[in-house]
Design a protein around this ligand. Structure first.
Ligand code: GUN
Length: 304
């Protein structure tokens, strides 16, 4: 049987419509809207396109959005001052510094300077610690892993007792999603294995997976024989493998390919995310949710 295609694009619309409604309700009752600052340093085309999408989405929801573009040669000191300014701005509830940063800037220093109560990316060590503790400690789950968990839930895939294999151990995806799915929670409770570049036999681990999450950044890494029949496959890879002219806009756009051979994998998997249109749209959606929640924490109408 052909796999169910888990469409991030459709799930995004459901969640964004709930957020839009809540923003209006909070605005009517408190006269406040969620405020998000996106800081972009330099002109990396991929970063620019991500930030543009974040800005457009925030605006479409009725957020206050401050897009702050800085030159590649901004000093670390100036960037830290900028973050301090937004930390102290009561109309801003979320601060996002788009990664990667230029080499002369210490990424850690920058991420650690963001007020943990405005860290809607969930990258600050305090929020990572809270994520590890789980349950009501979690304030801002990192956006891509939160999107992955939401997709698994909405696809009706049972995680309780499932064998989950995560390919990749990055701070942004692999480590946090592994942690989230092993928590004592009905939407987690999984047995989790994390495999990486030093794992001896990747294929044998992947073949055991009821839920296979691939975030390696290697186009087509997972071949169909690595997939257990009926498994749920989440492909986090967004690899730019070329360029083409968009039929819709007539403009040059990137050709994207996932870490999984989608066309073959869909014949074996029970459920699978496409690239593009799978995990990608969910990351921005969960960023919006974290920003709304940041305002709700501030107002005391939500607790963490
Ligand atoms: N660069 C790639 N992914 C992300 C993300 O989720 N957040 C930020 N801030 N930068 C990124």
């Amino acid at each position: 049987m052909a796999a169910k295609i888990i469409k991030g694009i459709d799930i995004r619309e459901e969640i964004l419509s709930d957020i839009r409604k809540e923003v209006q309700e909070i605005k009517a009752e408190y006269g406040l809207v969620p405020g998000l600052t996106t800081i972009l340093v330099g002109d990396n085309p991929a970063s620019l396109s991500y930030v543009t999408l974040k800005v457009e989405t925030a605006n479409s929801l009725g957020f206050k959005e401050v897009q702050d573009s800085q030159p590649t040669d901004i000093s670390e000191e100036d960037l830290l001052s900028l973050i301090a300014k937004y930390n102290n701005d009561p109309t801003i509830h979320g601060i996002l510094v788009q990664l990667p940063l230029p080499e002369h800037i210490d990424e850690k220093k920058v991420l650690y300077a963001i007020d943990p109560d405005k860290d809607v990316d969930g990258f600050h060590p305090i929020n990572i610690g809270r994520l590890m503790l789980g349950g009501s400690e979690v304030k801002f789950p990192p956006c891509t892993p939160a999107g992955i968990q939401e997709m698994i839930i909405r696809a009706g895939v049972n995680t309780d007792g499932a064998e989950v294999v995560v390919v990749g151990r990055s701070n942004i995806v692999g480590k946090p999603i592994a942690n989230m799915l092993l928590q004592k929670d009905p939407h987690a409770n999984a047995t989790v294995t994390v495999v990486h570049t030093h794992t001896k036999d990747l294929a044998s681990h992947c073949r055991r997976a009821d839920i296979l999450i691939v975030a390696a950044g290697v186009p087509g890494l997972v071949s169909p024989e690595w997939i257990k029949p009926g498994a749920c496959v989440i492909d986090v890879g967004v690899n730019r493998v070329g360029e083409k002219i968009s039929e819709k806009t007539g403009k040059k756009v990137a050709v994207l390919r996932g870490d999984v051979d989608f066309e073959e994998a869909r014949k074996i998997a029970g459920a699978i995310t496409p690239v593009p249109g799978g995990v990608g749209p969910m990351t921005i959606t969960m960023l919006m949710k974290n920003t709304l929640n940041s305002l709700k924490y501030r107002l005391g109408i939500m607790q963490a």
